[in-house]
Design a protein around this ligand. Sequence first.
Ligand code: NDP
Length: 531
Amino acid sequence: MARTSGLRILEETTLKSARLERLEQLAARIETTGDRSSLEVRTPITDEPIGSIPGCTANDVAVAVERARSAQTEWERVTVDERAAILERFGDLVLERREELLDVVQLETGKSRHHAVEEVLDVPLTCSYYAANGPSILADADRTGAVPLASDATVTYDPLGVVGVISPWNYPLTLAMTDAIPALLAGNAVVCKPDERTPFIALALADLLTEAGLPDDLFQIITGDGATVGPALIDEVDYVAFTGGTETGRTVAEQAGRNLIDCSLELGGKNPMLVLDDADPETAARGAVKGAFTNAGQLCLAPERIYVDERRYDEFLDAFVGATRRLEVGLEFDYGSDIGSLIDGDHLDSVREHVESAVANGASLLSGGRTRPDVGPFCYEPTILTDVDPDSRVACEETFGPVVSVHPVSGVDEAIERANDSEYGLNASVWTGDRERGRAVAREIDCGTVCINDPYTVGWAAMDAPMGGFGDSGLGRRHGPEGLQRYVDARTIATSRIGPMDAPPGVSPRWFARFMLGLTNVQRRLTRWLP
Ligand code: NDP
């Protein structure tokens, strides 16, 4: 395993001068209505401070939303095609400035560069998908009228107003933008509250949106402690798109419910991976490495429980353990290492506790299980456990780290049953040599996405398909038409060509009732028989 010191990296690069100066410029974007306390932002690479942000107050939030609301009234009059063109330009800029963005993501999160790249790729794809498909999804739609020929109905879609986006630290670039892009395209303004540990990448994106031509105040960042700024934001906006932990998600949903605004909640997962008897063990092992250890396992879609048909168990485990032991933990600002750091000391303690309590309860450690202070203060080795007690924390709760448990199962039925034995239902994967069999198994799994022969990318990156969770993994969907439709109010405009839908003058109510009953019968038949 690599022994690259994070401290040395910070000293050796030009980061301290040029990059930290850039962070200071970015922090200056945040507008407050008075002097505010300053929150220090530290890099997990060395646990040193890299900048500071204001701890905004409820008043700052109210003022930001007011400005956003005023900008939105103009923005909704801009054609969808013009909005789409600005977002496409923004996608281009993200690709053009990728090196700077990757540096900021790595600095804030400590993730490896090749995991950071997934974030940079995701945003332009989201822009292009909604720029290409948004205009038709938002176009007025003709629907069948109440009485064919005598009436019609058209549905129009209006933006909601101001959307609040509350995003977490693990994918700070992707998750600050993936919900904001369709919201803006639909004609809304967005006020985003990033996690206080990772504010700078959201600010860098706000800069690029301005450069792409987005009018002022339409996308704003407010910073500060989630428990203060989050509720203040939910009280001011017309919709909230939240990504984070399940318990915070419940409080967000409660508040949104009280305010009678809609919300989408992308929450945690305890994602199962099923390796069937006809799977290629080597391929499945490669998938397990990618799935379980991307972003050091701090990925809501990552598999944390692997159920392997007992006929493939030994081969799979050999391949998986071998490949995992070859992974290099490192903190370079290039593509040298496989896995970066965890986000901070509290999270490292929580991951370590999951592993240590599992081992104390009889689990076997086949790889990892150690911190790596020689690499960085919060680095932890990719870890594989077997013989895990089904009631231990690591078996039931989301670990959100580079830790996975592997379990033999007697066949596909047991694999499905154990996969579904969870309160969560975010993402699953099925590994098989027969894709049709994989699809049939997928239908039995209680998760919002089920990927076949890939751990998560094939589902997440299918921009045209919705993404979200069952059960404790959340509400609502991002991506696809559903990810845009959540941000509009549908209005039905119905027209009668024959005046009021009532008995015409001179026709008795009895005759009219008979006529209407006959007509209703014909209409029901037509509705059933005609496509
Ligand atoms: P949290 O729920 O603690 O935080 C998420 C965001 O919510 C942060 O910006 C946080 O602010 C803010 N927040 C905190 N308290 C409140 C509140 N009372 N009201 C409104 N907002 C609040 O989650 P984590 O940061 O710990 O993120 C990890 C979790 O997120 C994991 O469980 C993971 O599974 C889940 N997640 C889900 C994803 C998905 O797509 N389904 C993707 C990524 C993560 P601050 O931290 O600044 O105080």
